[in-house]
Ligand binder design. Structure first.
Ligand code: ADP
Ligand code: MG
Length: 322
């Protein structure tokens, strides 16, 4: 089982940022309202995620680290209307197979349960006194897969990837208070008051937030809403374009380009806007089960959505120039 988990880990756990993503998504799925993330040495030494969510009942603690055991879907039909971020039951076993993990979790009823797993093997299990929620610490990531370690980019790049993922998760869950600390330094703190513009401002700064304008558009199948920057506010990279699909943050080349296209000829070559756009659609129109990391999705009627996005942004930007 450890080998199978390590193979799965190759797909789910590419780098420290993937661990952060999976752990935070679990905390979100557990209805947390506060999620605190601390990393040391770009996550290679330690990744710690504390949430105040549902917790895991004692009898399920060990199960959570077993492959394809997920509490989130029960029937095949559920696969077509997934509302949680996770559903494959692969993340925890994958992570635990390539690191040293300690998890302490408690539901509303004490005691808490503490489990220690290293390289996929259970080292110990005992009871603790933590209040409701889950704290998970991942130490020495990839300690037993040296090839993986070698493929990592610089510490700075890995840290940037973590920061990027936390930013996107915070933007897609404005009602959760997030904090991110790296080697003791606070990098992000959001209020969790449900306000997209305030969350945006916490991440990119007040000055940037002031140059964002609201967009809204819809057709029969899709609803798009959010904020895009005035054409004067741009960056040399497309990373500042965040796309959310029914609240799930995704990567999609066509849709990202649709946002850029909405600016017509107003952007300089090689410059890209800031954008946070939520796309609302019938869950039946999307297949999130395309890739283990669930960041790539298949959307039916994608071309129609592209048109809607381009048109909505184009018209809004034109308004601004009046
Ligand atoms: P998935 O999220 O795809 O179900 P994971 O391997 O990420 O699979 O997690 C396995 C299970 O462990 C989840 O289905 C959930 O029941 C439980 N779990 C993991 N993390 C948390 C958490 N922070 N709070 C509550 N339950 C959790
Ligand atoms: Mg998960």
């Amino acid at each position: 089982a450890v080998l199978a988990d390590q193979i799965a880990a190759g797909e789910v756990v590419e780098r420290p940022a993937s661990v952060v993503k999976e752990l935070v998504e679990n905390a979100i799925d557990a209805h947390s309202t506060q999620i605190d993330i601390e990393i040391e040495d770009s996550g290679l030494k330690k990744i710690n995620v504390v949430d105040n969510g549902d917790g895991i009942i004692a009898s399920d603690v060990e199960l959570a680290f077993r492959r394809h055991s997920t509490s989130k879907i029960t029937t095949k039909k559920d696969l077509f209307k997934i509302k949680t971020l996770g559903f494959r039951g692969e993340a925890l076993p994958s992570i635990a197979s390539v690191s040293d993990v300690i998890m302490e979790t408690a539901t509303r009823l004490p005691p808490s349960n503490i489990i220690h797993i290293k390289g996929g093997k259970i080292i110990s299990q005992k009871m603790g006194a933590r209040s409701q929620g889950t704290e998970i610490s991942v130490f020495d990531l990839f300690f037993n897969t040296p090839a993986r370690l070698k493929y990592l980019k610089s510490m700075q790049t890995e840290l940037a990837a973590i920061s990027d993922i936390v930013n996107r998760l915070a933007l897609s869950h404005t009602n959760i208070a997030f904090s991110l600390k790296s080697n003791g330094r606070l990098l992000l703190e959001t209020a969790g008051n449900g306000k997209l513009q305030q969350t945006f401002s916490a991440i990119y700064g007040v000055k940037t937030a002031r140059k964002m304008i609201e967009i809204n558009g819809e057709d029969l199948d899709f609803k798009v809403s959010g904020f895009v920057s005035l054409p004067e506010l741009t960056r040399a990279s497309k990373t500042y374009i965040s796309l959310l699909l029914n609240g799930r943050y995704i990567r999609n080349y066509q849709l990202t380009n649709a946002v850029i296209k909405g600016y017509g000829s107003k952007l300089m070559v090689g410059r890209y806007p800031f954008a946070v756009i939520n796309i609302g659609l019938d869950p039946l129109l999307v297949d999130v089960n395309v890739h283990p990391t669930k960041q790539q999705v298949r959307i039916s009627k994608e071309e129609e959505l592209v048109q809607l996005l381009v048109k909505t942004i184009y018209q809004r930007i034109a308004q601004e120039n009046l």
